[in-house]
Each structure stands twice: as structure tokens, then as C-alpha cells.
Design a protein around this ligand. Structure first.
Ligand code: ARG
Length: 599
């Protein structure tokens, strides 16, 4: 099914074209902010009038005279300098809802993209040998929502977990593990932990100690560098040790992904080490293209338009003077691999805003080298940025002792605190159910709070706020869903067969204003997904869902469902059912937040 917005956009564009004789007009149709002005508003007339140097209101009148939208809308109205306001007809809304109801796929009447793309989403990407901390939360879950939304729209998504699994730090760590962290010293370091109980946290300890040695003992440092060379050369026991470090790290990350309901799997790992053998060619090819030059012994590209504070050209360094390759080199190799081998149409990078300059330069250099082009077409490179997670003090969230908050511990605490919410709501549920709900609510609250913020802003992490039962929170949404489910259960227990009542239903009566309001909003789910996808903004989806729950509340307050007169009952049951299905789809399919049937 096409969205009303798409249809209106098309028709108004056509009317603009026939009023002016110009082919590619843009109608710029948007949902109105204020229902006073109808449901949609076309903003494109003013631009067109300017272009033709005519009076916009007059042009709007000419366009409206050409416009045929009577099947969807009441008569269009012209407002202000030349806006066209459009109000959907209840009949049209009803037909949309019936269409959604008749859709037997679980797509709620939403069409797939007619030109699906292959898209790499590069996200999460933690660094190996360290536990995931709160700094990895946003890339992991925002990236996951992007993957889910793109896939729902019909694109082929290739998830890439570009983990930091390569570099000099591994020489240091391996050196320490081979020579210092021997069985005899285990005791001292970990109070006699058996080898198989070695976890990532222990590795973090080792890492810190290795770093201390590295900084204080020149001999240790020298030997560490030799291990880096050995690792690069592929010396067997060194590579094996490195593999173990990576595996241990990724196993623990996987646990976090599973708890978060994130769709990343082991096979999506394609870390920095993967590009190691592709790095020399990046440099030599850029040299051959006369794009790379030596500067103070390092190989650099100076992309146009990038200057430092002093106005000097800013280098994108691809090889240091000691011969080492950098983050930038790897990312260039990754662009080539993804464009040429994975044959993608688009690459989406999800990292915090501090990497903005790196990606701007990467995209520019990739473009200068032509590495973003395949078969004469340009692959779109997009950097999706986000702000920081802050503590109540307004500074980046840390533990009391000033360390990064481990994601694992953060989730533990969320679930723990959610238990009391459940306890308060529904003390009589069996313990197992309560535990399940607490998990859904706790993890859901952390994710939803993140999604519901404009991703570019920082936000203050507050368990109290995110677990509140009212407001734009996960528990509010989960409760809204569970409440409708309980209405449906109640209906069934009174002998109403909902499936039967809704099957083959062919007319609706949306005469109550709150029914029509809810119905219109339900019919707009596709538009909300579309806008969330276009701008990579999950908060468009949470806002939509929150509004949906509010409109449902208003409807349910005004309109009895179970005690409705018989001729009104099917419409109202359908509104309940579509609301529940939409909330469930948005939360669990697109945002990976569990819903519960009872709360
Ligand atoms: N591991 C990197 C970091 O922690 C993020 C990698 C993002 N992806 C990329 N292709 N550069 O900062």
C-alpha cells in the first residue's frame, strides 16, 4: 500500500506541473504540526512561485484547480502565503485500515522498497581485550535499529562489526602473557583462578599491567614490538595466542548482544585485522594516483577543503614514518572491499560524533581516488553520529571510581530496578513471569531511552526516568501493549471471537473524533518508518509509537469497546487490534525491544 503522503505528493507534483508546464516540481508534502490545518500540508508552492516570479497564492489556486484528491481528502484549502492544507476523509482512513487488516503478511500494509539496495551497516565495533562499556551502547543499538528498519523496507543488509582487533597493543599483551603471566604468577595476579575461569575482566587486568611494563621497561617494549612483527608475519604460536584473545573478547560481546536483543552474530565480525594484507596496496595505489605524498617521513593525502587552525592543509595519514599503517588506512581498504567485493550501494557508519572529521576526510579521499564508484555509479557513504551518555552530573557517565561503566553491569542494574516496577504493578504474578517482565522492561528501558532522544544530542542516563510508567518510556509503551492484550483476552473470555469478528470486515464507522484520530495515526505507521529510515533516526519511530499510545488512551477513555453497541464493536476491536500489532511491530521487530502480554 502506498502511504497517503506519497500519493498526495505525487498528485500535487502533477498538478504543479500542469499549472506551470514544468516537469520536475517538488510538492514538499509534510504532516501538519497542528491538526487545525488538516493532516498534511504542501509547502512546495512558494519555491515554485519564486522561480516563476508569480504570486504564490495565485499559483496555489491554479494548482488546486488542477488537483484531484477527492478520493482521499476533503476540498484542499490554501493558507498563509501559499500552503495547501489537506484533510483526509474518514472513508479513506477506513479503507486504509481495512487494507492493513487484510494484509496477511506481517507487514501491516507497508510496501517494500521498489529498488532495494545492498547496504553495509558498520556498527558496534568494540575494541578487543576490553569489556564493552557504556560508550559502546549507542553504536550497537542505533546500528541495530538501522539494520532492522532497512531490512524491513526490503534492502539487503550486510552487518559489519569493524572491531579493533589489530595493532601494537597485541604485541604488548602477547608478550606479557608469554613471559610474565606464567602459571607461577597466576596466583599472585588472580588469586589462583583456574585457567578456564579466565574471563575478559582478567584480560583487562593483564592489559593494564602489560601497558605499565611497556612504559617502564625498554626491554619489554622492544620485545613487544618484535611480537607485533611476528603477528604480522603470521608466526604460528603468536597468531594462535592473538586468536584466543579475540575469541574470548567476542564471546563476551556476544553475550551482551544477546541480552540487548541485538542482531549481531559472530559471522558479522569483520575487524581491522581482516584488512591487514590490503593496506600496502592502499598506499601504493594512492601514490600511483598521485594523491599520496610524503610529509615528514609519513605518507599522507591532503584532501581538498580540510585545513587546521593555522590554515595549513590537513593530512589524512595513511602510513607513519616507522612504516606502521593507521585507522585511516584500514578504513580506506574497507571502503574498497565493500564497494568492489561486497558490491554495496551504500555504506552506513555508526560512531560517535567525535569521529566526524575522520569520516569526512575518509569520504573525500575515497572520492578523490574514485574508490566509492562501481560500474559508473557512486556508492553513498553516510556517517550516522551520536552524542554522549552523561551521568546526572552532566559529565560522561562513569562509575564512582571514575571508570567506564561496564555495559554488563549497567544492564544488570536496569533489570534489578525493573523488578520493583513489576512488583508494584503486579505482585501476584508467578516469580518466573515477573523475572521475564523485569528483563523485558529493564533492557527495554535502557534501549528505548536511548532511541527516544535525538541521536545527535547528549543525554543524561537516569534509571528513574527511563523506568517511569508514564511519559515516553519503554515501560509505558510495554504497558500500553499489555493493556490492549488484556482487553482482548477479556473479550475472548466473554465469548467474543475477535479473529472471526475482524475477518472479512468490510466497513468501519469512524464517527467518533477519537476513533478517527487514532485511525489516522495507525494509517501513518509506514510514513513514520520511512522518515526514521531516511534520516537514520529511531526517535521518529519512538515519537510515533508514543503518540499512538496516547491516541489509543484517548479513544479508550471515550469509547467503550466490550460494551459498545453491536454495530460499533467491530470497528473498535479493529482499532484495538491494529494498535497492539503496530506497537508490537515497532518495539520488537524494528527496535528489538521485547513486549510482554501481561504487566
Ligand atoms: N573501533 C572503533 C572505535 O572504537 C570504531 C570503528 C568504527 N568503524 C570504522 N569503520 N571506523 O572507535
Amino acid at each position: 500500500m502506498k502511504t497517503a503522503l506519497d500519493i498526495l505528493d505525487e498528485r500535487i507534483c502533477a498538478a504543479m506541473a500542469s499549472a506551470t508546464g514544468q516537469d520536475d516540481c517538488s510538492a514538499i508534502v509534510r504532516p501538519t504540526a497542528d491538526p487545525k490545518f488538516g493532516d498534511y500540508q504542501a509547502n512546495g508552492i512558494m519555491g515554485l512561485a519564486k522561480q516563476f516570479k508569480t504570486n504564490p497564492r495565485q499559483l496555489a489556486e491554479q494548482v488546486v484547480a488542477q488537483l484531484d484528491v477527492g478520493d482521499l481528502c476533503e476540498a484542499p484549502e490554501i493558507a498563509g502565503p501559499g500552503f495547501i492544507n489537506l484533510r483526509l476523509k474518514p472513508d479513506y482512513v477506513a479503507s486504509q485500515l481495512l487494507g492493513i487488516n487484510a494484509d496477511e503478511t506481517e507487514r501491516l500494509g507497508i510496501a517494500q522498497e521498489s529498488e532495494p539496495q545492498t547496504v553495509v551497516v558498520d556498527f558496534s565495533s568494540p575494541n578487543v581485550a576490553k569489556q564493552m562499556h557504556v560508550g559502546h551502547l549507542r553504536s550497537t543499538i542505533i546500528g541495530d535499529a538501522i539494520c532492522r528498519i532497512e531490512e524491513f523496507l526490503g534492502h539487503q543488509v550486510i552487518r559489519q562489526n569493524h572491531i579493533g582487533d589489530w595493532g601494537t597493543q597485541f604485541g604488548m599483551l602477547i608478550n606479557y602473557m608469554f613471559h610474565v603471566h606464567t602459571a607461577s604468577r597466576m596466583e599472585e595476579v588472580f588469586e589462583a583462578k583456574p585457567q578456564d575461569a579466565f574471563v575478559l575482566e582478567d584480560m583487562e587486568h593483564l592489559y593494564r599491567r602489560a601497558k605499565q611494563e611497556f612504559d617502564s621497561d625498554p626491554e619489554f617494549a622492544e620485545r613487544s614490538r618484535r611480537y607485533v612483527v611476528d603477528l604480522q608475519k603470521g608466526v604460528q604460536n603468536v597468531v594462535r595466542q592473538w586468536r584466543e584473545i579475540v575469541d574470548l573478547s567476542m564471546d563476551e560481546c556476544q553475550e551482551v548482544y544477546n541480552r540487548l536483543g541485538v542482531t549481531l552474530k559472530k559471522e558479522h565480525v569483520c575487524g581491522e585485522s581482516f584488512y591487514n594484507n590490503k593496506l600496502p596496496a592502499v598506499v601504493s595505489d594512492l601514490e600511483a594516483l598521485a594523491l599520496a605524498e610524503e610529509s615528514d617521513g609519513a605518507m599522507c593525502v591532503f584532501p581538498e577543503g580540510f585545513k587546521n587552525k593555522e590554515g595549513q592543509p590537513l593530512p589524512f595519514i595513511i602510513r607513519k614514518s616507522d612504516g606502521a599503517y593507521l585507522y585511516a588506512t584500514t578504513d580506506l581498504a574497507a571502503v574498497r572491499y565493500r564497494v568492489n567485493e561486497l558490491k554495496v550501494d551504500r555504506i552506513v557508519y555508526v560512531t560517535d560524533a567525535r569521529q566526524a572529521l575522520h569520516f569526512q576526510m575518509l569520504f573525500k579521499v575515497g572520492d578523490m581516488a574514485g574508490w566509492n564508484r562501481r560500474d559508473g555509479r557512486t556508492v553513498e557513504l553516510a556517517h550516522v553520529t551520536f552524542g554522549s551518555v552523561l551521568g546526572e552530573n552532566g559529565k560522561p557517565l562513569k562509575t564512582r571510581s571514575g571508570e567506564n561503566v561496564k555495559l554488563k553491569e549497567l544492564l544488570d542494574e536496569a533489570v534489578e530496578r525493573a523488578k520493583s516496577v513489576v512488583e508494584e504493578k503486579n505482585p501476584d504474578l508467578p516469580a518466573e513471569r515477573k523475572a521475564e517482565i523485569a528483563r523485558a522492561v529493564g533492557i527495554g528501558a535502557v534501549k528505548y531511552a536511548d532511541y527516544s532522544n535525538n541521536r545527535e544530542s547528549d543525554y543524561v542516563f537516569s534509571f528513574n526516568k527511563m523506568l517511569a510508567m508514564d511519559g515516553n518510556t519503554a515501560p509505558y509503551m510495554q504497558y500500553a501493549y499489555a493493556r490492549i492484550r488484556s482487553i482482548e483476552r477479556k473479550a475472548e473470555s466473554k465469548g467474543v471471537n475477535i479473529a472471526q469478528e475482524l475477518h472479512g470486515i468490510d466497513s468501519l464507522d469512524l464517527s467518533e473524533p477519537s476513533e478517527l484520530e487514532l485511525g489516522k495515526h495507525l494509517a501513518r505507521y509506514g510514513e513514520a518508518i520511512e522518515s526514521a529510515a531516511t534520516d537514520y533516526r529511531p526517535n521518529y519511530l519512538t515519537s510515533y509509537l508514543f503518540e499512538l499510545a496516547q491516541k489509543f488512551s484517548a479513544f479508550y477513555t471515550n469509547c467503550p469497546v466490550l460494551d459498545a453497541p453491536p454495530e460499533k464493536r467491530p470497528t473498535r476491536l479493529l482499532l484495538c487490534d491494529l494498535t497492539a500489532r503496530t506497537i508490537r511491530h515497532g518495539l520488537s521487530e524494528l527496535l528489538g525491544i521485547a513486549v510482554v502480554e501481561q504487566m
